[in-house]
Write a protein that binds this ligand. Sequence first.
Ligand code: NAP
Ligand code: ZN
Length: 346
Amino acid sequence: MTTVPAYAAPAAKAPLERTTIERRAVGEHDVLIEIKFAGICHSDIHQVREGWGQAIFPMVPGHEIAGIVTEAGPGVTRYAVGDRVGVGCFVDSCRACEYCEQGLEQYCLKGGTATYNGLDKNGEPTYGGYSTHLVVDENYAVRIPDGLSLDEAAPLLCAGITTYSPLRHWNAGPGKKVAVVGMGGLGHMGVKIAHALGAEVTVLSQSLRKKDDGLKLGADHYYATNAPATFQDLAGTFDLILSTVSAPLDFGAYLSLLKTDGALVNVGAPEEPVSLNLFSLIGGRKTLAGSMIGSIAETQEMLDFCATHGFGAEIEVIRADQINEAYERVLNSDVRYRFVIDTSTI
Ligand code: NAP
Ligand code: ZN
């Protein structure tokens, strides 16, 4: 075991503060990663505030992790000391269920092991990326391509894969009209990726405040959802709508923007349930679906895709003592477009 510095919430809703945590000894198939950057995902905030239910404290959030391998166990074959690697939302899975066998570990029937706010196979709590070091099984790390800087790559480990996976699954590409709802951490990556896949991209944001940025990131059109005319003007327009909104939405209104046979895929994880009049699905044979992050193999594919297309995330690098202030800004939709912690300041 090694004691390392970290930032943790000592209790639900409490501000995060500097502390120390224990990392396990490097096992046969483990790598020790010196974390360089960790992104702040809205999911960190939901969990620190226990918005999704009871959580484990102290909590060290962080599942957008980019760093360098500094030690490799004797059985490690994929990585060597000095390699640039990333870790996302899970650090293990059962490896035996039908989904693990298909390479869809994010849907592991045993639930997998979350990078933080989870319990590992020994029943010990897991601690995430707001820390200087992490020990992880090599099979749950991915390689960060040389063309991507570690700070701009970190958010791809959650925001990138969570938008890439459904955009690929629902065939965003040339000839498809795709709308992205919410231009935050996930949303801005959704815009970049959908554009790179060749789709015609529309941003549906609460206001036009971030319109110039959205168009620069690759959107073809940008509408404010606080303008009632938006829902009249765009009725029946889209093949695919990807909602990244962290709060409950009027899904019926968004379903009205789909073409017949269109799909509204929700990746946002609001803390309260939503209600829906099912007639908004029946007329037009529409689909309302969800999607959760992506597999290890697909995360690697997404990183390579982003490197090939020459983009990472749009980031604001912060010191660890700015985490609590950054949380407030995320809650106020005032993030452009991902806060990334420089973990050398922990
Ligand atoms: P974020 O950076 O805060 O972005 C969310 C965006 O949603 C905001 O920037 C804002 O965009 C819009 N929004 C916020 N409140 C709204 C409201 N009341 N009504 C309408 N729009 C609103 O958050 P994020 O990190 O991208 O995460 C987004 C959600 O996805 C969170 O709930 C997170 O937990 C979840 N998530 C899910 C997965 C998954 O696997 N499914 C993975 C990661 C995260 P505008 O200002 O443009 O309107
Ligand atoms: Zn996340």
